[in-house]
Design a protein around this ligand. Structure first.
Ligand SMILES: [Fe+2]
Ligand SMILES: [Fe+2]
Length: 272
């Protein structure tokens, strides 16, 4: 039985600044890029999961697919609102959204379900080391920022930890062979890189304040040993024997879930 919880989070981002954390502009740009890429990526996950559900024969896997799908759909909706608030201010940014959408549509049409499930499993496995470290460094990265945007990312990252095993469990049931996804690493990460580069290019064209911050520079505030630990974690997450479900999550995960369960309005979870 799945233990994923689908939480409706009615975020509002009207009038939010592009550089939503003036104390950390590079990180602001990086998280905006996550928003722009997440919308199309999570839509792609949902399509892959709908296809997987059709061939799933085990009730527990069907249940996992549905719960995973539902969480990603809610994430995509929240990021869509964030992106809309930015596009309202800089209409040229729409080009980046359209590009990502078209690229994922093309990828979905050109490749088979094994590829899509590999893509989901590979990318989702990176999220515990990547977002887990961001969560642990939240004071350095989010302090001084718009609480709505900080709280959007913290919520999303917490739920990525919550469903960190889902894509892997579904992959193992349908594709089975761990080397299938391993041999697709170059293609999968190459695809995400092309999208990230395009997003940054469109940001730089349309938002003058973003121009000093390039791809890969968003986490310069994080101490080097932490970045090294994060990179090693991402590398390990791609090994055929890696089990994302056993990856350690930061203590903040329990804190966030506890506060949500106690009825706190987590749309403003981070207001430091
Ligand atoms: Fe997500
Ligand atoms: Fe996810």
């Amino acid at each position: 039985m799945t233990n994923l919880v689908v939480r409706k989070m009615p975020f509002e981002f009207e009038g939010c600044d592009f550089i939503w954390n003036p104390a950390n502009p590079g990180f602001s740009v990086m998280m905006n890029a996550v928003t722009f890429q997440a919308i199309a990526f999570e839509k792609y996950i949902c399509k892959a999961m709908n296809a997987a559900e059709k061939i799933s024969r085990k009730p527990e896997i069907t249940e996992e697919i549905r719960a995973f799908n539902a969480q990603e759909m809610v994430h995509s909706q929240a990021h869509r609102k964030h992106a809309k608030a930015l596009v309202d201010q800089y209409p040229g940014l729409q080009e980046a959204l359209d590009f990502c959408d078209a690229e994922y549509e093309k990828l979905y049409a050109e490749r088979d379900l094994k590829y899509h499930l590999s893509y989901c499993a590979n990318i989702e496995a990176t999220f515990t080391p990547l977002f887990g470290n961001i969560i642990e460094q939240r004071e350095l990265l989010f302090t001084g920022g718009d609480p709505r945007i900080s709280s959007l990312f913290l919520w999303h990252f917490v739920e990525e930890m919550e469903h960190r095993a889902s894509a892997h469990v579904i992959y193992n049931d349908i594709v089975r062979n761990p080397f299938t996804r391993f041999f697709k690493l170059r293609s999968v990460f190459g695809h995400t890189k092309v999208l990230a580069e395009k997003i940054y290019e469109v940001f730089h064209e349309n938002v003058p304040e973003s121009r000093s911050y390039g791809l890969g520079e968003g986490m310069n505030a994080i101490p080097k040993p932490v970045l090294k630990k994060m990179r090693n974690g991402i590398l390990t997450s791609q090994m055929p024997w890696h089990r994302p479900g056993s990856a350690k999550v930061p203590a903040y995960f329990e804190e966030w879930v506890g506060r949500y369960n106690a009825g706190e309005d987590m749309r403003f979870a981070y207001s430091a």
